[in-house]
Design a protein around this ligand. Structure first.
Ligand SMILES: [Zn+2]
Length: 247
């Protein structure tokens, strides 16, 4: 006995209200599912776009830095080559071994520096070219992501507009049906609905609960058919209504 001292008429009305609420809840769930993925997708695209922007900015900075190092090294390379030429000219004018040694040491230093600057120019120029390509690729992907995001946002807006009225109407009808119900019955229905695939009320199918197909004792079947009480299936917890109440 769930509702005490209820008449069969009251029990039938309660089951009808529960059944109507279940139909409404299933439609509301469908609307939520239709929108379902979209807000998540928009959010995830927003995050990815921000990540791409941060990445591209970092790579652009790296590119500028590589070009700067290459440029500075070119300048230093020219200076070192000039020095080397100057030392070679000075060698013709030396008169002592000490002078000769000093100049060849300077020459070696200039040669080593030239090698280092050439390597720096080469590495940084290659890196800058790679970065330009990488930035171009990422920018193309970013354009695509932004377009995707706009498309999803528009779709979401359209769906919201489409379903707004329907949802409002369903919620109003649900509130009307809920007013008829004992709050404890509604709370039980909602608890089972959330736990069992969105369905908190089933019909008697032959001798079984239509929700989980557990057999229902013959005496209880009579109670259900005669609307003498509201019965919750012992196996799945769903209310069990006689067919006629549901359909
Ligand atoms: Zn059941």
């Amino acid at each position: 006995m769930i509702i005490q001292d209820a008449t069969p008429e009251q029990i039938r009305r309660a089951l009808k209200a529960l059944s109507a609420i279940q139909e409404i809840d299933l439609e509301l769930a469908e609307i939520a599912e239709e929108r379902g993925g979209l807000p998540e997708q928009v959010k995830s695209l927003t995050t990815r776009i921000a990540e791409y922007e941060v990445f591209i900015t970092a790579k652009e900075r790296e590119q500028v830095e590589a070009e700067k190092v290459a440029g500075e090294s070119s300048h230093k390379l020219a200076v070192a080559r000039e020095r080397l030429t100057k030392y070679q000219e000075q060698l013709y004018a030396v008169t002592t071994t000490r002078e000769y040694d000093a100049i060849t040491t300077e020459q070696d230093t200039a040669k080593r520096e030239i090698g280092e600057y050439e390597l720096l120019i080469n590495n940084n120029t290659t890196r800058a070219v790679e970065l330009v390509q990488m930035i171009e690729d990422k920018q193309a992907e970013l354009v695509q992501l932004r377009e995707d995001k706009i498309a999803r946002e528009q779709e979401l807006e359209r769906k919201l507009r489409e379903t707004e009225g329907e949802e409002k109407d369903l919620l109003e009808r649900r509130a009307v049906a809920a007013r008829e119900l004992n709050p404890r019955l509604l709370a039980h229905y909602e608890r089972i609905r959330d736990a069992k695939d969105g369905r908190g009320i089933a019909t008697l199918v032959g001798e079984a609960c239509g929700g989980c197909f557990a057999l229902i004792p013959p005496q209880t079947q009579v109670v259900i058919r005669q609307s003498r009480d509201i019965y919750a299936c012992e196996s799945c917890g769903r209310f069990v209504a006689p067919d006629s109440e549901i359909n």
